[in-house]
Design a protein around this ligand. Structure first.
Ligand SMILES: [Mg+2]
Length: 173
C-alpha cells in the first residue's frame, strides 16, 4: 500500500526539472498539478519564471497539461493566458483525469511524468495510473482548506516511509 505513495523522483521545485533531463528519459508530456506545485495556491497568475519554464518545455517539444482538483474558475483563469490545456475538478487520485490528459497529449503512458506537491492526490494517482511521478515541495507553507487534512495524513505516511528507509531525502522545514 505505502509504496503507491512513493514518487519515482523528488525535487525541490519544478525549476529543478529541465527539458534536457526529461528528454534524456524519453519524456514527451507533463501532467502537472497547479496549486502549490506551479505557484502558490492563492496566486492567480503565473510568475515570469514559470512562463519561461513552460516556454522552454514547449521549445523542447514537451507538452504540458494542467490537471487540478480545484474549480473551473481558478484553473481556467490561470491556464488560459498561458495557452495550456487544463482539466479542472480532476478528482485526483481517481484515474479519469489522468487518462483524459493522456488523450489530450496523444502521448504514451511511459513518455509522461506527473508533477505535484501532494502524495495523496498527485503521486498516488500518478502511480496508480502507472505514470512516472515527481514530487515537489509545496511552493507555499500554507494550504487551502481541504488540503490541510491531506497534509496530516501525508506526514504520517512520510514518517512511515522514512522508518522503512523508502524515502531518501530530508524534508525541509
Ligand atoms: Mg497541489
Amino acid at each position: 500500500m505505502y509504496r503507491h505513495f512513493v514518487p519515482s523522483q523528488y525535487v525541490h521545485t519544478v525549476f529543478d526539472i529541465t527539458p534536457e533531463s526529461l528528454l534524456k528519459k524519453g519524456i514527451k508530456g507533463i501532467i502537472t498539478d497547479l496549486d502549490n506545485t506551479l505557484v502558490e495556491w492563492d496566486r492567480p497568475e503565473a510568475t515570469p519564471r514559470l512562463i519561461e519554464w513552460l516556454a522552454a518545455m514547449k521549445q523542447a517539444g514537451i507538452q504540458v497539461v494542467i490537471v487540478s482538483n480545484n474549480k473551473e474558475m481558478r484553473v481556467k483563469s490561470f491556464a488560459d493566458p498561458l495557452g495550456i490545456p487544463f482539466i479542472f475538478q480532476a478528482r485526483k487520485p481517481m484515474g479519469r483525469a489522468f487518462r483524459k490528459a493522456l488523450a489530450i497529449m496523444e502521448v504514451k503512458r511511459d513518455k509522461v511524468v506527473v508533477i505535484g506537491d501532494q502524495m495523496l492526490t498527485d503521486i498516488f494517482g500518478g502511480n496508480l495510473n502507472k505514470l512516472h511521478t515527481i514530487l515537489v515541495l509545496p511552493v507555499a507553507q500554507s494550504d487551502g482548506f481541504f488540503t490541510r487534512f491531506n497534509r496530516l495524513v501525508e506526514r504520517r505516511i512520510m514518517r512511515r516511509l522514512k522508518k522503512k528507509g523508502q524515502i531518501m531525502w530530508e524534508e525541509e522545514n
